[in-house]
Design a protein around this ligand. Structure first.
Ligand code: PHE
Length: 340
């Protein structure tokens, strides 16, 4: 045993005296690695008389630990010395620019969502959230779209259970009914969020995209109020007055229902964005159907409302001139870094 101890002591002395990191590595290699002292010791165990095996094993481990500790201490000493040398001026250049930390940036959808949230809150709307995995009741039934109604064909739905009671929401409109359940009229609310449809994807269709629902409930609301609200919205987004027009549109949860077009904000003579028509299809909207108010526990004899469905993904594409909706969820840094 004392021979061994002497061998180890000698090793430790060599480590403490190692002149540089390379010399230190060499000592570690000859002790700790494949053919090193420790490995050889361990390999010899099966050839030893049984009563010596345990002690030899323990010694090998003890040796390994001692060498590791000593080497690590020596290495710290090298590093401290290097740092001292740097600090004392040798090889230290205070003028070299630092490493720039990598910075993330907000996703364009998040950005536009936040801007609109700010705008709507300034107009007295509250921002609500709703579940992405939604009950069929909120997504369809309560919105005046009964089972077996042909309007169900308008939105191809991911269903989450065999009975079809749970779906991935196909729009943010379930937020209308949830808002009515949560708030006392009169109120104004927006519900931004992710929605899902079973789509074959292409440049303008994606299975996952973003919408922002708007709902205003009050007394004696009319289409005039709806148009007024949308014009205020456009003034907020584009910083000037923008002409709008309504075309009839069918959605079972609004009556009457409309498609609202805005004068193309990008041109005066027609451009690629408005496809030379000078109008941009902005959003579907309408006066909340009495059945929907009833679903939300609101008396349609007393209260009326209007609702609109902003296509957030589409708005983001318009805003930044993005030509393929699939970029939005690609996670491709070459795309995302453009919004830093
Ligand atoms: N939820 C409808 C859709 O996604 C849009 C809409 C919202 C229509 C609100 C009218 C009122 O197609």
């Amino acid at each position: 045993m004392s021979d061994r101890q002497a061998e180890l002591d000698a090793l430790l002395v060599r480590i403490a005296a190692a002149p540089d990191a390379e010399a230190l590595r060499a000592i570690e290699r000859e002790t700790l690695e494949k053919e090193g002292v420790v490995a050889r010791l361990l390999a010899s165990i099966p050839t030893l008389p049984p009563q010596e095996r345990k002690a030899t094993g323990q010694w090998a481990n003890q040796m390994k630990r001692a060498v590791e500790e000593a080497a690590s201490a020596r290495r710290s000493a090298f590093e401290a010395a290097a740092l001292d040398a740097e600090r004392s001026g040798a090889g230290f250049d205070a003028t070299i620019p630092g490493k720039r930390p990598e910075r993330g940036s907000l996703h364009p959808v998040t950005r536009v969502t936040r801007e609109l949230e700010d705008l709507f809150t300034s107009m007295g709307y509250v921002v609500l959230d709703g579940p992405e995995v939604e009950l069929d009741w909120y997504n369809f039934e309560a919105l005046n779209i009964p089972r077996d109604h042909p309007a169900r064909d308008m939105q191809d739905t991911f269903r989450c259970d065999p009975e079809g009671n749970v779906v991935l929401r196909t729009h943010t409109s379930p937020g209308q009914v949830r808002a009515m359940e949560r708030m006392k009229p009169p109120f104004r609310a927006i519900v931004p969020g992710k929605v899902f449809r079973q789509e074959t994807t292409d440049a303008s269709h994606e299975h996952t995209f973003h919408q922002m629902e708007g709902l205003v409930v009050g007394r004696d609301l009319s289409v005039g109020h709806l148009i007024g609200a949308m014009k205020t919205l456009l003034r907020g987004v584009f910083g000037r007055e923008i002409e709008v027009r309504l075309r009839p549109g069918y959605f079972p949860f609004v009556e009457p229902g409309f498609e609202l077009d805005a004068r193309c904000p990008f041109c005066t003579e027609g451009c690629s964005v408005c496809k030379r028509s000078r109008w941009i299809e902005l959003l579907p909207c309408g006066m909340v159907h009495p059945n929907v108010l009833r679903s939300g526990g609101i008396d349609p004899e007393v209260w009326s409302g209007f609702a609109f469905g902003l296509g957030l993904s589409r708005l983001v594409m318009l805003r930044y001139g993005i030509d393929d909706v699939r970029h939005l969820l690609s996670g491709d840094l070459r795309f995302l870094e453009q919004f830093a």
